[in-house]
Design a protein around this ligand. Sequence first.
Ligand SMILES: [Zn+2]
Ligand SMILES: [Zn+2]
Length: 460
Amino acid sequence: MQQTTITFWGGLNTIGGNIAEVAYGDARVIFDFGLVYDPGTSFIQNRQRRKNAYVSDLLKLGSIPPIDGIYAYSDIHTDYDYAKQPLPYEESDKQTAVWISHLHLDHMGAMDAIASDIPIYMSKQSKELFEHLQEIGEGLNRSREMEGIEYQTPVQVGEITVIPYQTDHDAYGSMAMLIKTPDLTILYSGDIRMHGQHPEYNQKLIQSMQDIPIDILLMEGTAFRPVQTEEDDDKSQAPVESEQEIAAYISEKLGNHTGLGIFNIYHRNIDRINNMIEAGQKANRQVILETATAYIADGLASHRTFSILLPKNKELHAWEKELMKNYSTVTSAEINQNPSSYFIQNSFDNLVDLLDLRVQNALYFHANGMPLGTFDPKFHSLLKYLEFFHIHYQPINVSGHATKEDILSMIDALNPALLIPWHSHYPELVKPNDPNQAVFLPKKTSYKLENGMLQEIYTG
Ligand SMILES: [Zn+2]
Ligand SMILES: [Zn+2]
């Protein structure tokens, strides 16, 4: 008798890098294929130089799991045998499809390691964002085909059906996915938050699940931390609690301030780009974007009232030249004539460009741009730099992840037979409101469902 198996490959007690495999018969669905983000151990800095060894390098470093049948023979066969050499794609008889919930690196950073004949599905919106990222040089090491799909449109992989549902997270195009096999229904939340620009997306997901009995809910639990670390994090927290409050807060601050306004964001969150443009407009300041963000905003943002900072001493790419036909450009000399009239984007990689600007008494809004927090050594460099130039630092990091309370309410509303919290450093801290809610913390191994509980499959 055939039975669904579920294998966990990563992300059980890390933030991101969560990879699971649901198999029925010869068909299987693998979802999310990212890298655990750790600035302290990103060994392969110059990926271009080791491009030909890319997949075997990641396997040797343990950055991607040794799953049989998903990597091309030519990518994993090197002149020496490493510990866990998986079966090459060419020698496997499985029908595999990979699904990506959203375009954060911890969910998609290694998808280009997968054999090119295996389809990779993501939302149409994610695919659109990915194409923009590729154009500006922020795509992946190797190019490959992606399948963009509409939300709530089922895709069949053998006898497994996958249905994507739009969710709200701080990455454009995010989704949850319902995975149905002949004997099991699994909902994977993806990364999700209720305090974003579009909580109605999540409400609609919950509504759609009312008549669907969920056997297993895979729920992100980023916000669950011991109290001590919460206090540490509070130092970099925002004075507002939701994405929707950001524009009003910043515009008020800017309106009451003389001096340049600066912001640092992560541009895969299109809502954030919109909110920064809105904040500048409300404060009667001209919003100036870096060319890369301007390219993304031009394609995907709803607000497009911005100018572009003319890059200095740099050959412009074709896409930059094209962009500048449609938007006005501003030079640092023009900004310096009246810094109080501007609200300008500055990413950490371009921090030195602030040396061209009159930044005395400037206000710097750190709104989830890199470096993300105290765990990144660059965070301290950023603060030192700003302090040296007497720039006021204002953290406005509104998390992309639901609060503990919101996660627990979502679990109640989805009412799964079995809850598996993951994408968390402390999944054991997820304690459902309902004392009868079954919870399971899996290991990195394969399971099948028996009498409502996951039983480990011993392969010998
Ligand atoms: Zn994540
Ligand atoms: Zn995410």
